[in-house]
Design a protein around this ligand. Structure first.
Ligand SMILES: *Cc1c(COP(=O)(O)O)cnc(C)c1O
Length: 428
């Protein structure tokens, strides 16, 4: 297929759907017939397999009571480790470097408590101004607890255009005063991918530890954490991984750091064979499991068991291939159909720099999002002017994308958005 072979027709979208090798996975998800769901980058949809493993876990509780820790379909005592093994191929790490535990923010707290070790002049933390705010809040609070003023000790790399962060600008801020760097793998608004390998190498040249927030890349993009050699990472499992609202998150710790005592210790960080000795001193395990805190939230992790089976079957490389193709189709169609209607594509255009969603900018974004919902399309809005739209490889069809673009068109052409108030909803 040559690059000039692009049609704006519905028939062409349907042809792409027929050629889609991941097409069969769409039937595994609960899609509403009257709705096109474009928000899988905020909360992934429920699959039948995730539902099944959640119900099985309830059955295990019903049947086994306390013995569900070691019996049943999915024994709870080793579940976090087992799920870590299933996630390892998605991030290119060894199974013992990954654990399913906590949440994004809690895991960042744990990892900062563990790896932020200010000494001498090396006391600052480096982040970026476009990162998801919870990361900044967490880092600011750590600085305060250690007696440092966050205004001085948290350095936020500035964006030149409000959308992207230049890697050169990050590297320039890696001074002798920096002890720890926290960056996103993919920026949540513009979908920009940062070059983790390069940034890690630059940080390590300067003896700085570096960790990444992988919320917007896990399940959408393959990673090679072992090869890239970053120190740690953390993420949520409810976005592209479809683990359900409030699903338990995950973390990765490079095996080089096994043995480092957890900053926030708890009995689930124990060596498994010693945990029920209930001694007064923790003997933490020599794996990512050491950074667990308390009892796992079994019912909030159970859907992930089924969901990860789908990822193992589909293959993360295939998922990325379709994600790139369907997002490219989306952008081509936007440019073809929506020219002169005020829409601007704000995400990077090169494959190696773009994540799983299109970041569509419009000065009427807030009202357009409300009109989209009225038309049965679920986007999300990021103030002040971004409409995030994620065609998700496992369940979004090319026909869906075609319909979304037609909807974006009529909303402006018919001035439908004028019916709505400006400003965001309580949950945007
Ligand atoms: C979604 C998201 C979070 C959310 O953190 P929680 O602790 O799960 O609420 C954090 N960081 C980024 C980059 C995100 O996209």
């Amino acid at each position: 297929m040559g690059s000039t072979f692009f049609h704006a027709s519905l028939e062409y979208a349907q042809q792409l759907d027929r050629e889609d090798s991941l097409r069969r996975f769409r039937e595994e998800f609960y899609l509403r017939p009257d709705t096109i769901y474009m928000d899988g980058n905020s909360l992934g949809l429920l699959s039948k397999r995730a539902e099944k493993t959640l119900l099985e876990s309830l059955e295990d509780w019903k049947h086994y009571g306390i013995d569900g820790w070691t019996n049943g379909t999915h024994p709870w005592f080793f579940l976090s480790e087992k799920l870590g093994e299933s996630i390892a191929p998605l991030i290119g790490a060894s199974p013992d470097e990954v654990i399913v535990t906590g949440s994004t923010t809690v895991n960042l707290h744990q990892l900062t408590a563990t790896f932020y070790k200010p000494k001498g002049e090396q006391t600052k933390i480096l982040a970026d101004e476009l990162t998801f705010p919870t990361d900044l809040y967490a880092l600011q609070s750590h600085l305060r607890t250690r007696g440092y003023d966050p205004d001085e000790h948290l350095i936020c790399v500035k964006s030149r255009d409000g959308r992207l962060i230049e890697e050169e600008d990050i590297i320039e801020e890696m001074t002798d005063e920096v002890a720890l760097i926290i960056l996103p793998t993919v920026l949540y608004r513009s979908g920009q991918i940062l070059d983790i390998k390069r940034l890690t190498a630059e940080a390590h040249k300067r003896n700085i530890l570096i960790g990444f927030d992988a919320c917007h890349s896990i399940g959408a993009i393959p990673h090679s954490f072992s090869e890239w050699d970053l120190d740690f990472a953390y993420w949520c499992n409810y976005k592209y991984l479809n683990g359900g609202p409030g699903a338990v998150g995950g973390l990765y710790v490079n095996r080089r750091h096994f043995g480092t005592s957890p900053g926030l210790a708890g009995w689930f960080g124990s060596r498994k064979d010693k945990q029920f000795d209930l001694e007064q001193t923790l003997t933490h395990t020599e794996s990512a499991g050491a950074y667990q805190i308390g009892t796992p939230h079994v019912l909030s992790v159970a859907p992930l068991i089924g969901s990860l089976e789908i990822f193992a079957e589909a293959g993360i490389e295939n998922i990325r291939r379709k994600s790139l193709a369907i997002n490219q189709y989306f952008m081509d169609l936007i440019e073809h159909e929506l020219a002169d209607l005020g829409y601007v594509i704000g995400n990077p255009r090169l494959d190696h720099q773009r994540g799983g969603h299109v970041s569509l900018e419009h000065k009427e974004a807030a009202r357009i999002c409300k009109a989209l919902k009225e038309n049965g399309v679920i986007p999300d809005f990021r103030s002040p002017n971004i409409i995030r739209l994620a065609p998700v490889a496992l369940y979004t069809s090319y026909e869906d994308v075609w319909k979304v673009v037609q909807t974006l068109k009529v909303i402006i052409e018919e001035k439908q958005y004028e019916k709505f108030s400006t400003g965001r909803e309580i949950v945007a």
